[in-house]
Write a protein that binds this ligand. Structure first.
Ligand SMILES: [Fe+2]
Ligand SMILES: [Fe+2]
Length: 244
C-alpha cells in the first residue's frame, strides 16, 4: 500500500526561496513518488517552469484550487517516462486505498447495540466494494494481468492474483448477506460475522494491493512496450467511457 504522501507547504517560505526549494525537493523524489505542494497562490508559473526545465519528468494533478490555498500533487515519472498504464494503476490504488482502510475502522465500531447506527456505513462499504473495487479488479484481469504475464514470460502467473479477486467477491457477497440478516435481527452472531468479513476484506485487500504495487508495477514498468501501453490505455479509456 502507498506510503502517506509528503506535504511541502511553502506558504511560510520567502517567495524568492520557494522555487529553488521546490526544485530541490522534487529532484530528490524517487521515480513514482509524489509530494503535495501547498501554496498561497495559483502555482501555474511553477507548472510552466517545471515543464520547461524538467520536460517529461513529472506529472501534475491539482488537488485544491483556491481561494486562499492551492495544492497540487507532483509525481516523479520513471527515467524514460512512465507507461500510462502504470500511472493509471498507481492512481487507481491511491484513490481506493483510503476506502479499504475504512473497512477495518468500520469493523471496529460494529456491535449489536451499534448496528442500527452503523448499518448505513456498512451499506456504503458494500456499495464501494461492488461499484468501485470489483470493477477495478475486472479491469486488471482484462488489461493489467495479461501484460504482467507477458512481461514475466509466464502464462498463468497471475492466477494467484485472480484467485484473490474471487475471494474478494465471495467475501463481499457474504457481507451483503450478513448485513441483510443483521438488519432483520442484529444478534451477536450475525454482527460478529459482519465484523469478521470486514476485517478479512481489509487484510486481503491490503496484501493484494501491496503485491500489485511492489511486484507487478515494476514488471510493467520494465516490460510494457509503447504499443502495449497504447492498447491497454485504449481498453481502459473505453471502460471509463462506459461508466461515465
Ligand atoms: Fe487486483
Ligand atoms: Fe488493484
Amino acid at each position: 500500500m502507498s506510503q502517506p504522501e509528503r506535504i511541502l507547504d511553502v506558504r511560510n517560505v520567502h517567495p524568492r526561496e520557494r522555487h529553488p526549494l521546490i526544485f530541490r525537493e522534487l529532484d530528490a523524489l524517487a521515480a513514482g513518488d509524489a509530494l503535495v505542494l501547498v501554496n498561497d497562490h495559483d502555482p501555474r508559473p511553477l507548472y510552466y517552469e517545471l515543464m520547461a526545465e524538467r520536460p517529461g519528468q513529472f506529472d501534475w494533478t491539482p488537488v485544491e484550487q483556491g481561494p486562499g490555498t492551492w495544492s497540487v500533487r507532483i509525481r516523479r515519472l520513471g527515467a524514460l517516462g512512465e507507461p500510462r498504464t502504470v500511472a493509471w494503476l498507481r492512481e487507481e490504488h491511491r484513490a481506493l486505498a483510503p476506502r479499504i482502510d475504512e473497512l477495518a475502522v468500520l469493523a471496529s465500531r460494529l456491535s449489536p447495540a451499534a448496528w442500527s447506527k452503523e448499518s448505513p456505513a456498512v451499506r456504503r462499504a458494500l456499495d464501494f466494494l461492488r461499484s468501485h473495487l470489483l470493477p477495478h479488479a475486472h479491469l486488471e484481469e482484462e488489461v493489467i494481468y495479461p501484460a504482467v504475464e507477458r512481461g514475466l514470460g509466464a502464462a498463468g502467473a497471475a492466477a494467484t492474483m485472480v484467485r484473490d479477486h474471487r475471494e474478494v467477491e465471495a467475501l463481499t457477497m457474504a457481507l451483503a448477506e450478513a448485513a441483510g440478516r443483521a438488519d432483520a435481527r442484529a444478534d451477536e452472531g450475525t454482527v460478529e460475522e459482519a465484523k469478521r468479513l470486514l476485517y478479512s476484506l481489509h487484510a486481503l485487500l491490503r496484501v493484494h494491493f501491496a503485491k500489485e504495487e511492489e511486484v507487478y508495477l515494476p514488471v510493467l514498468q520494465r516490460s510494457l512496450t509503447p504499443e502495449e501501453d497504447e492498447r491497454a490505455m485504449a481498453v481502459l479509456a473505453a471502460h471509463e467511457g462506459e461508466e461515465a
